[in-house]
Design a protein around this ligand. Structure first.
Ligand code: NAD
Length: 368
């Protein structure tokens, strides 16, 4: 019996992405999978039902109908409690499941015998790069943060030489040079700004400089494990505070992306630092969803403080849903390759650390 794969319309407010785009559906149907799609599943990402049908999918009216046909359900956001009730026991659910935020949904999935894999828990090893949805979506967020910053700013990013005189380029500081930060740096550079990057990991220096930006050298180095940063000690936080306070006033635009795994985002820009910034400066804080890197950030809002605009966007990948979905969909296709054999059978090999580490419920058990 061939494996049936399905997607439904995401119902989380503000979520425009879809888990599979028609191009990926075609790859699956060519391999022999059957694909079921809820009506209008791709509408907000601008993939109409007709594209899915042309790719070999069957479009059904509602999630209940879709679930009744599927062994594998691909999602962007975690399934809602109502969706979990409608999913058949023994089915597989794969998506950004956010188990720390929704422990009751994890429990419910285990109770209903649903096998759940959280794409955000995939280990960031070389072999998993093509499945790394955290990276693909962080790249979208970093790009969009720079574009939003340029839009909010009252200044040009590039230098302009015109008959009306020469305009100096904007100075952009990107704090946190991981996947999102590096993409923000690259985008701000393409827009012509003079860009500085700052991070507490040593490896970031080379990456920032390779993008044509200046590395803001600080006395604080805080390498953690697995290529991530660790939380700073109080002494290091004080050093970072002094260093930032001395530097931040030079920037017209600050984009903050700093995160420490498993913790609230570190506060790097304090109120007194914002007071040192020029009126008309802009802060785009993409760590807002996780508490923010600026003390004054309000998630989902734009705050004005002494003429400085501070914006804390939520779910930036969803604001670029066509490409964000395309990238995410490719990540899921690559994950499916690990989970299935020859397009016909489901084969969960837990000796593979990618499957083992991303599994949150299996055969009635909670695995995390
Ligand atoms: P992240 O989202 O956890 O953090 C973003 C950045 O914030 C990181 O660069 C971190 O060093 C920085 N940061 C944390 N605390 C800070 C502080 N107090 N001050 C300044 N900066 C601070 O990180 P990420 O973007 O997911 O990736 C982090 C690392 O993992 C990078 O080195 C990246 O290249 C690596 N990575 C590897 C793979 C892979 O090998 N498959 C995939 C993705 C990322």
């Amino acid at each position: 019996m061939s494996v049936n794969i399905s997607i439904i319309r995401e119902t989380t407010p503000g979520e425009n992405r879809v888990a599979l785009v028609p191009e990926s559906v075609k790859k699956l149907t060519d391999k022999g999978f059957k694909v079921y799609v809820e009506r209008d599943a791709g509408e907000n990402a601008h993939y109409p039902d007709s594209y899915y049908k042309e790719s070999g999918a069957e479009v059904l009216e509602n999630p209940k109908e879709v679930f009744s046909h599927s062994q594998i359900i691909l999602k962007v956001q975690p399934p809602t409690p109502e969706e979990i009730d409608a999913i058949s026991p023994g089915s597989f659910v794969i998506g950004f499941l956010q188990h720390y935020k929704y422990p009751e949904r994890v429990k419910k999935m285990a109770e209903r015998g649903i096998n759940a894999f959280a794409i955000e828990l995939i280990p960031r090893i070389s072999r998993a790069q093509s499945i790394d949805a955290l990276s693909s979506q962080a790249a979208v967020a970093g790009y969009k943060a720079a574009v939003i910053a340029a839009n909010l700013s009252s200044r040009f990013f590039p230098m302009l030489t015109t008959a009306a005189g020469t305009v100096r380029p904007s100075k952009v500081l990107v704090i946190g040079a991981g996947v999102a930060g590096l993409q923000a740096i690259a985008t701000a550079r393409r827009l012509g700004a003079v860009v500085e990057g700052y991070d507490v990991r040593k490896a970031a220096k080379e990456e920032i400089e390779s993008l044509g930006a200046r590395f803001l050298e600080s006395p604080v180095v805080a390498e953690g494990t697995g290529g991530y940063a660790r939380e700073l000690t109080q002494e290091e936080k004080d050093m970072q505070h002094k260093f930032m306070a001395d530097n931040i006033g030079r920037s017209d635009v600050v984009i903050t992306t700093a995160q420490v795994p498993g913790r609230k985002a570190p506060i790097i820009i304090t109120r007194d630092m914002v007071e040192k910034m020029k009126p008309s400066s802009v802060i785009v804080d993409i760590a807002a969803e996780n508490g923010g890197n600026c003390e004054l950030t309000k998630a989902g809002e734009t705050v004005e403080y002494g003429g400085v605009l501070i914006y804390g966007p939520l779910n930036l990948p969803s604001t670029l849903p066509t490409h964000a979905s395309e990238m995410y969909s490719k990540n899921l296709l690559n994950f499916l390759n690990l989970l299935t054999k020859d397009g016909k059978t489901l084969d969960v090999d837990f000796s593979d650390e990618i499957l083992q580490k991303s599994c949150i419920t299996y055969k009635g058990e909670i695995k995390i």
